[in-house]
Design a protein around this ligand. Structure first.
Ligand code: PGA
Length: 255
């Protein structure tokens, strides 16, 4: 099997102590899995990052931040600067998560500014995209993804390709009220995203991993992972107990 990505965004859950405990357990449980088959990352809350970076071997589990401002400093109350994240030992950031877009009103143009800043600072950058239920109903899911990718990666140059990753997370599939996408549907959307990446970056566009997220669980992870255009899974709730996440990873990789 190709190298497969597993990541989890811890959202606004877990205290410093709980995060440290989770990371230490997950490191110990997954340590024996060959990292040429597995790329594992966890995105905890900002206030846990310093301690998390202290206790985690980032060769085993890469740590990321849930968001970041497009400026290095300034009058941006409540925001986090890339310099502040780097200072905590963080070199990976997720941008444009559905909750940032739909609860906090971020748009594609803001994501693009953040992406360009993140890349300039050498961060690995995960852009989240996905259509809403209404866009799916009106049959504009593909157009939505194309727009999100096109604007999100506007002015991004080829030299940064190896810093990029995309998570396809249909908004209707995320969280307690979400329904997981059928693997065939997810595969179709991944194909659209990959076509867009090739259009944008030429043949090197295919080097950019595209992960599926939205109600991934131990019951559907392997079926999703078997799809040729799905390079990884981005998991919320089903990954927040280290034992469960370890089991899911091992089931998918057949370890
Ligand atoms: P979920 O979250 O797996 O709990 O649906 C996914 C996400 O928001 O990334």
């Amino acid at each position: 099997m190709k190298k497969f990505y597993f990541g989890s965004n811890l959202k606004m859950y877990k205290t410093v102590g709980e995060t440290v405990d989770y990371l230490m357990k997950l490191s110990a449980l997954t340590e024996s899995i060959d990292r040429s088959k597995l790329e594992l990352f966890i995105i905890p809350s900002y206030t846990t990052l310093a301690k998390a970076a202290e206790v985690t071997d980032q060769q085993l589990i890469r740590l990321g931040a849930q968001n970041m401002c497009w400026e290095d400093q300034g009058q941006f109350t409540g925001e986090i600067s890339p310099l502040m994240l780097a200072e905590q030992g963080i070199s990976f950031v997720m941008l444009g998560h559905s909750e940032r877009r739909h609860v906090f009103g971020e748009d594609d143009f803001m994501e693009n500014r953040k992406i360009r800043t993140a890349l300039k600072h050498g961060f690995r950058t995960l852009l989240c995209v996905g259509e809403t239920g209404q866009q799916k109903e009106y049959d504009v899911a593909k157009e939505t993804l194309r727009t999100q990718i096109k604007i999100g990666f506007s002015q991004v140059t080829d030299e940064h390709i190896d810093q990029l990753a995309v998570a396809y997370e249909p908004v209707w599939s995320i969280g307690v009220d979400g329904t997981p996408a059928e693997p065939d549907y997810a595969e179709d959307m991944h194909i659209v995203i990959k076509e867009m990446l090739s259009e944008r970056f030429g043949s090197r566009g295919s080097e950019i991993p595209v992960l599926y997220g939205g109600s991934v669980n131990r019951g559907n992870a392997r079926r999703l992972a078997m799809k040729p255009s799905i390079d990884g899974v981005f998991v919320g709730r089903a990954a927040w107990q280290a034992e469960d996440f370890n089991q899911m990873i091992r089931e998918v990789l057949q370890e």
